[in-house]
Design a protein around this ligand. Structure first.
Ligand SMILES: Nc1nc2c(ncn2[C@@H]2O[C@H](COP(=O)(O)OP(=O)(O)O)[C@@H](O)[C@H]2O)c(=O)[nH]1
Ligand SMILES: [Mg+2]
Length: 196
């Protein structure tokens, strides 16, 4: 990166291309955490306290006091010419109508799932399919997460054979980066096959 810009919030002057990736998943799965682990800028967050108003509407996740109400936004400089922007979706199904705008121009999505409550991800994965967004799935590991064999997890989530599935720890930068690299590899392979 341009040394003049290395310490600040601005994209280097040499950058001429941007890639957009969406981080999707239900409430409390670790989207905000993953973007925070990966972003080189302090991520733009839209966290608000969860209040009684959401009771009975939004899923309640134990220990979770805030929720993303618009989106998360982070940035990774890939090289002198390219940056990658991460857009995190809000997890609540009532925000699904805005996903159409959030995914606009995105190369693909990383869908985070929580193996303690897989059913919470069904709508999210279905919604990505409906929107035609290619995706990879990362199971964010919590201490009490059950260890399902990959094939059982694939089948429970009804994933296509080619959809990548991996385990990650959203708090860990390396693990989160591996998940992102797997997604980008998948997008690259899918795009090369389509042009063959
Ligand atoms: N143990 C563990 N906790 C996590 C992990 N990822 C997120 N958390 C915690 O789970 C809670 C929900 O994460 P958050 O990123 O806000 O979820 P979001 O609703 O998908 O944005 C937070 O308290 C995080 O600190 C993880 O990989 N392991
Ligand atoms: Mg969030």
């Amino acid at each position: 990166m341009d040394s003049a810009n290395s310490d600040d919030h601005y994209v280097a002057d040499t950058v001429s291309a941007a890639v957009k990736i969406v981080i999707a998943g239900p409430l409390g799965v670790g989207k905000t955490t993953l973007i925070g682990s990966l972003s080189e800028i302090v991520p733009l967050r839209t966290e608000e306290s969860m209040t009684q108003a959401g009771s009975g509407v939004d899923e309640e996740v134990s220990g979770k006091a805030t929720t993303t109400v618009a989106m998360d936004f982070g940035r990774i400089t890939l090289n002198a010419r390219r940056v990658l922007y991460l857009f995190g979706t809000p997890g609540q199904p009532r925000f699904f109508p805005m996903w159409r705008h959030l995914v606009h121009g995105a190369l693909g999505a990383l869908a985070l799932v929580d193996t303690r409550r897989l059913e919470a991800s069904f709508d999210v994965l279905g919604h990505l399919e409906d929107l035609g967004v290619p995706f990879a799935v990362a199971a964010n590991n919590f201490p009490s997460s059950p260890n399902y064999p990959p094939e059982a997890l694939r089948s429970a989530l009804d994933l296509l054979p080619e959809t990548p599935l991996m385990i990650c720890d959203a708090r860990d930068r390396y693990s989160s980066a591996q998940a992102l690299i797997t997604l980008v590899d998948h997008l690259y392979t899918t795009a090369s096959e389509a042009t063959r």
